[in-house]
Design a binder for this molecule. Structure first.
Ligand code: MTE
Ligand code: MO
Length: 422
């Protein structure tokens, strides 16, 4: 719609990942005519390329989308560290990385359309510095497995669209407390990023006002990731951290916070990052009927071994298995169960790393687990299944079939990895 009535080429420059046959087919049905040749967009040597100044990225990541940049680490690297190093942390950008003029950076606080305060980076750093270790996971993590159950639309993430880091900055509730804004007067807090679409609309998301005011929700205006200044890809200079909540609400490059009766009008809040019944498809979906995803359900994944690997069984008849588990909304992982016989026998994994400082109800970091898994070498191959249990005794669904949804979100069925034994 942004391009309607004109040339679409400037939009392809920003949304290059969408320039593929299935989208072109959709557009063909909307063709209302052809442009006159003099109106056709012409790229010249000095046409501004919004991706020309993207940060240099580590070669470790597997690229799922070049423009905007989307990439995830190989699974074995994920479980090497409790805190994911920045170069191993997945990147999910919906737009080109913004150009940051740090000298003039300001965070604007507004009520509906009226600015009530602006904070410089220095002002934000004057609030008490608070650190929380939190995983961030994309709502589409593990989408490739759901797509195997039935085709869907979305980037094909494996198990790596998650990372765990310590984040430091000002608590949002501390910033709000001095403002004279009352929680009762609003319903939502909206965040805007500095990354803009071709019509100048910023990336945006919102969270319920109660979350923003709750000191125990640990919502941060973070300026550090793993004790270092946040890198450009992860939201420099200020990133909103909403622990336990889907990645999409953890707004990077944030320069505006709005108190409102309404949720963010952004595409990503309104028409994306929502879950639907398996019976809803693109011909009958109405995005208004589903709430925006906020807190994520419990999930887990096997990172070692990987699908299709040939594994040597050791003298005790076991193979090493490692992975992560995590639940949204601060729920602690209390158990991880692994089976190689479709659930006849479950082996309980050892929880090897959890945040030792997390208080009850505020377990925002992931849990790493490991296990020497007994296997029968004579079988030649095994399919390993994993499921996690959180502190509310929520657990994962067995298969993707009954949780399938058209955009491929909330992909938390048992993770299954088939390997050959030697
Ligand atoms: N914030 C802005 N400003 N722009 C974005 O495109 N992507 C969101 C979120 N915050 C995004 C954003 C999504 S969908 C995810 S999953 C996470 O950032 C990804 O964070 P990461 O790139 O640091 O891993
Ligand atoms: Mo995401």
């Amino acid at each position: 719609m942004m391009a309607a009535g004109g040339s679409i080429d400037p939009f392809w420059m920003v949304f290059a990942n969408h320039n593929k046959s299935e989208i072109l087919e959709l557009l063909e049905s909307m063709r209302i005519g052809n442009l006159r040749s003099e109106d056709v967009y012409k790229k010249t040597a000095d046409t501004f390329d919004p991706y020309a100044l993207e940060p240099v990225r580590s070669k470790i990541l597997k690229v799922n989308g070049k423009q905007p940049f989307c990439a995830e680490p190989p699974p074995p690297l994920l479980v090497k560290n409790f805190k994911t190093p920045k170069d191993v942390f997945y990147v999910r950008n919906h737009l080109p990385v913004p150009i940051i003029d740090i000298e003039n950076y300001e965070l604007e606080l507004a009520v509906e359309d009226d600015t009530i305060k602006t904070l410089t980076l220095e002002d934000i750093k004057k609030y008490p510095k608070y650190t929380v270790t939190s995983a961030i996971m994309c709502g589409g993590n593990r989408r490739s497995e759901m797509a195997d159950a039935k085709p869907l639309r979305g980037l094909s993430w494996s198990v790596g669209a998650i990372g765990n880091a310590s984040w430091s900055g000002a608590r949002l509730c501390d910033v709000l407390n001095g403002l004279g804004v009352k929680e009762e007067d609003y319903n939502h807090v909206q965040f805007e990023g500095m990354d803009l679409d071709p019509s100048g609309i910023p990336y945006g998301a919102s969270i319920p006002i109660s979350k923003a005011f709750d000191p125990r929700a640990d919502v941060l205006l973070a300026y550090e990731m793993n004790e270092e200044e946040i890198s450009l890809d992860h939201g420099y200079p200020i990133r909103v951290i909403v622990p336990g909540v889907v990645g999409a609400r953890n707004v990077k490059w944030c320069n505006k916070i709005i108190f409102s009766k309404d949720e963010s009008p952004s595409q990503f809040q309104q028409n994306d990052y929502k879950g639907f019944s398996p019976s809803i498809d693109w011909d009958n979906v109405d995005f208004k009927t589903a709430p925006a995803i906020q807190e994520l359900p419990v999930t887990s994944a096997i990172c070692i071994p990987q699908r299709g690997e040939r594994i040597t069984v050791d003298k005790n008849g076991t193979i090493p298995v490692k992975g992560y588990a995590w639940s949204g909304s601060g729920k602690k992982i209390i158990r991880v169960d692994v089976t190689v016989d479709q659930g006849e026998t479950w082996h309980i994994a050892k929880l090897v790393a959890q945040d030792p400082d997390a208080k009850e109800g505020r377990h925002y970091a992931w849990t790493l687990w490991s296990l020497d898994l007994p296997v029968d070498k004579t079988k030649g191959s095994v399919e390993i299944w994993v499921k996690a249990v959180d502190s509310a005794y929520n657990t994962q669904p067995e298969s993707f079939k009954n949780i399938w949804n058209l955009r491929g979100f909330l992909c938390n069925a048992y993770h299954r990895v088939k390997v050959d034994l030697v």
